[in-house]
Design a protein around this ligand. Sequence first.
Ligand SMILES: NC(=[NH2+])NCCC[C@H](N)C(=O)O
Ligand SMILES: [Mn+2]
Ligand SMILES: [Mn+2]
Length: 306
Amino acid sequence: MGQSIRIIGAPMDYGADRRGVDMGPSAIRYAGLADGLSRAGVDPTDSGDLSIPRAEERDPDAKQPSRGNAKFLREVEDVCTRLADRVEQTLADGEFPLVLGGDHSVAIGSMQGSSRDADLGAIWFDAHADLNTPETSPSGNVHGMPLAATLGRGTFEDQAWATAPRVREGSIAYVGLRSIDDRERKLLRDSEMTAFTMADIDEQGMTSVVETALDVATTDTDGVHVSLDLDWLDPKTAPGVGTPVRGGVTYREAHAALETVSRRHESGGILRSMDVVEVNPILDEGNETATLAAELAASTFGKRIL
Ligand SMILES: NC(=[NH2+])NCCC[C@H](N)C(=O)O
Ligand SMILES: [Mn+2]
Ligand SMILES: [Mn+2]
């Protein structure tokens, strides 16, 4: 039997403006995630979803930014705290946590849980930098803030539920950036993170970019977290996302990227945790974005063409 993968659903949409990402975990499962993982040679078990009240059942005032400019921050805190515990427990049980979002703010919980017992590097496959703080965010949506939260920037400085002290800036690499807010650009430039934009992929090719990103994330760390935001892909290939940006990664580039991660994992066991986020079935066409999410997870865990 291959590695044991524990699927954890986090159907949360507090962090995004457009409703529907809470249905992401169901759509990805329906698209054949567990089957694809089994065929890739690993051993998946599904631990179900975290229970997350709908936004309507929450305090209507929660939409009004309270702490800085961040909507539903307390609700996100509640979910991420429980998710972090699940991720930590999964690792303690010797299994690999595969978290299904939900909007990208679930990554705050995944990374917190995954790094409680380890120095953690990260690869962020995304069109967006997700580095806004409540102070710099133009939208107030927490899905644009998970890395700021993990790194304890701005309002997050004193938020122990969010910050992950064992995730160092220098061990984080972005792949595929193409939409960065003005104030976020300055934060990113002044940081120690490694950022590969779409232009870098044009020039160097996906495989070589991902190899370098892996070098960054594995240097002086105990393992790597992969965060896969489906808006990383071009909207023609992955239409079911809330914040699409044209000029994204192609279908083949995406598989090449995750197969590169997979090969490194096969030879060195580098991966520690992963989340697959931002699939919005309401905006999707024939569940193709969820299907792609499931396929990319299978590629990460060893599925090959031949
Ligand atoms: N995970 C995502 N889809 N993030 C989109 C973020 C968009 C924008 N930068 C914001 O802060 O609102
Ligand atoms: Mn994104
Ligand atoms: Mn994102």
